[in-house]
Design a protein. Structure first.
Length: 157
C-alpha cells in the first residue's frame, strides 16, 4: 500500500510541475520573439541563443508543448484510472469471473499507460498536425509579426 501511495504522490508532483512548465513555455512562445535569436545563430553558434530559439520558435515550442501535454495525460491516467478498476478486479476475482477479469486487466492496461508512452503519442500527434500544415500552407515556418501578412499565409490557395 505504501508503494502505491508514494507512486501517486510522485505522479502528482510530476503532473503539477509539468503543468507549470507547460504554462511557462506557452507564455514564452507567445511573448518572446525568436527572430533575434535565430539571426544570432546565423552569425555564429551560441548555446544560449540555441536554447532560447529552440524553446520559443513556434514549431519547436509546439513540439515541446505536445510532448509535455502527453506526459501530463500519462501522469493523470496513472492517478485516476487505477483505483476504480482495482475494486472491480477484486470483485471479479471473488466471483471467479475470468472473462470480466481479463477485460478489466486489458482496460487497466489502456487506462494506466506509462507517461513515456503518452509523451510519444503527444509527439506523434504533433507530427501529424505539422505534416498537414506543411501540405496546406505554402510557407508555414515564415517568421512574421504582421497580422495582415499572417492572414495571407494561412489562406489555403
Amino acid at each position: 500500500m505504501n508503494i502505491k501511495l508514494d507512486e501517486n504522490i510522485k505522479y502528482r508532483y510530476f503532473a503539477g510541475a509539468s503543468i507549470a512548465i507547460w504554462i511557462i513555455l506557452f507564455s514564452a512562445g507567445l511573448v518572446v520573439a525568436s527572430e533575434p535569436y535565430i539571426s544570432e545563430l546565423k552569425k555564429g553558434f551560441s548555446l544560449e541563443s540555441f536554447i532560447v530559439a529552440s524553446l520559443v520558435y513556434t514549431p519547436s515550442n509546439v513540439a515541446i508543448l505536445s510532448v509535455l501535454a502527453g506526459f501530463i495525460g500519462g501522469c493523470m491516467s496513472r492517478l485516476i484510472g487505477s483505483d476504480e478498476i482495482e475494486t472491480k478486479m477484486e470483485k471479479a476475482k471473488l466471483d471467479n469471473n475470468q472473462i470480466a477479469l481479463k477485460n478489466l486487466k486489458r482496460r487497466k492496461m489502456h487506462l494506466t499507460e506509462p507517461p513515456l508512452q503518452s509523451m510519444f503519442r503527444g509527439f506523434l500527434t504533433y507530427l501529424a498536425i505539422i505534416s498537414g500544415i506543411v501540405l496546406l500552407v505554402s510557407n508555414p515556418f515564415l517568421i512574421t509579426h504582421d497580422p495582415q501578412q499572417l492572414t495571407s499565409i494561412l489562406l489555403v490557395q
